[in-house]
Design a protein around this ligand. Structure first.
Ligand code: HEM
Length: 369
């Protein structure tokens, strides 16, 4: 299924120029929404979440939603609540019988209800697509998956069931929404806490792209510092600290340990992000650690926010493009400030599968370039 999804992504040209157009449209809408706040304190969580959800919805489902749409607001809140719920990575994962304990202390029913609701949304997307599907006119990722399903059905006993297809849409919607919007919310917090960083980003953009111009993906090659800020956000933001749990399919030996078949493993990305042997002064937000003495980006194998190996995140190139375009255009348009002068934003977080900042307010003062 993963291979099918990756192929559908490739054919849909995810991470290429076509995707950039979709992202820039959402960037423009977000900038407008933020401008409407007129420099007054507000919580940017929902607007960012909807903008990022719109990117994955446009690419995968062929639709986008208005920021005032109650339905999408509800869906993104559901995803958020689900992924930051500590029980998602708690004992329920290892001891499934805990879901039968009276009074449901691990919130199994609540989590189940949430995931059922999101799956229902994906099911209705599939049904609507089937009704309007035209093999000569493939519109999005869902059409490509239907296409693949139809071809398989023609030739063999299909293993590509509707349930599997819906599960893929569910993972795309979940994986593609909360992770990236959480990274954006960390980015904003970090640059509010480190005003010199946003000033340096802005200066770099002004010198290489132009004041008030829209930053595009092509500009990335001359915006090294901006890129370093995003890398440092991915490290310090520690978005998916335990990656996704995987079950071991056969016994294997790692160093002196035997890892038995059926064991559940949580790869600790957190321990990589904060490894003091690989990163100096690990708890300090310091984008310069990713810039070398010539001002070029310093590449390292020790930063792996999207995990590594055969199951690594399939949305990495999309996420990198989204983070770059949203972050650079936001700082190039607004001065991002704490809710009140002299009030430091809190770095408190929620921790589930995703490690996200607790809701906070900011002010975004528009530059009249
Ligand atoms: C900052 C943004 C993101 C981060 C930090 C992130 C991180 C991760 C990580 C750590 C994994 C687990 C890999 C593993 O199991 O070894 C993963 C899986 C996944 N991600 Fe992302 N991700 C991000 C954005 C996205 C986006 C934009 C999409 C949508 C296209 C996406 C879709 C997925 C999917 C479908 C999986 C499951 C892959 C599988 O089961 O084989 N992610 N992601």
């Amino acid at each position: 299924m993963r291979t099918t999804l990756i192929r559908a992504f490739r054919e849909q040209r995810v991470g290429k120029a076509e995707t950039e157009t979709i992202i820039l449209k959402e960037v423009a809408t977000l900038l407008e929404k933020v401008k409407e706040k007129d420099g007054k304190p507000f919580d940017i969580n929902q607007p960012i979440h909807i903008s990022i959800a719109n990117v994955i919805c446009s690419i995968s489902f062929g639709c986008r939603y208005s920021h005032d749409d109650v339905y999408i607001s509800k869906l993104v809140s559901l995803i958020d609540d689900f992924l930051v719920n500590p029980n998602v990575i708690g004992p329920l994962t290892f001891l499934p019988f805990l879901k039968y304990i009276p009074f449901d202390p691990f919130q199994w029913s609540k989590l189940r209800r949430m995931s059922d609701e999101l799956r229902e949304h994906c099911r209705s997307i599939l049904t609507n697509h089937r009704e309007s599907y035209n093999p000569g006119q493939i519109r999005d990722v869902v059409d490509r998956l239907i296409d693949k399903q139809n071809t398989e059905n023609d030739t063999s006993e299909s293993s590509f069931t509707d349930d599997k297809l819906i599960q893929s849409l569910f993972e795309l919607f979940m994986g593609g929404t909360d992770t990236t919007s959480t990274a954006m919310r960390w980015f904003i917090l970090f640059v509010i806490k480190n005003p010199d960083v946003q000033h340096r980003m802005r200066k770099e953009i002004k010198e290489n792209v132009g004041e008030g111009s829209l930053v595009t993906w092509q500009d990335k090659q001359c915006l090294r510092f901006c890129e370093a800020v995003i890398l440092e956000t991915l490290r310090m933001g520690n978005i998916a600290p335990f990656s996704i749990p995987h079950t071991v399919s056969q016994d294997f030996i790692l160093s002196d340990y035997v890892i038995p078949k059926d064991a559940i493993l949580f790869p600790s990305i957190d321990s990589v992000n904060f490894d003091p042997e690989k990163f100096e002064d690990v708890r300090r937000f310091n984008p310069d650690r990713f810039v070398d003495e010539n001002g070029e980006l310093r590449r390292t194998n020790y930063l792996m926010p999207f995990s590594t190996g055969r199951r690594a995140c399939i949305g990495e190139s999309l996420a990198r493009m989204e983070l770059f375009l949203f972050a650079t255009n936001l700082v190039n348009t607004f001065e991002l400030l704490a809710e009140q002068d002299g009030l430091e934003p809190s770095m408190e977080y929620n921790l589930g599968l995703v490690h996200g900042p607790k809701p906070y307010k900011l002010r975004a003062v528009h530059f009249n370039h």
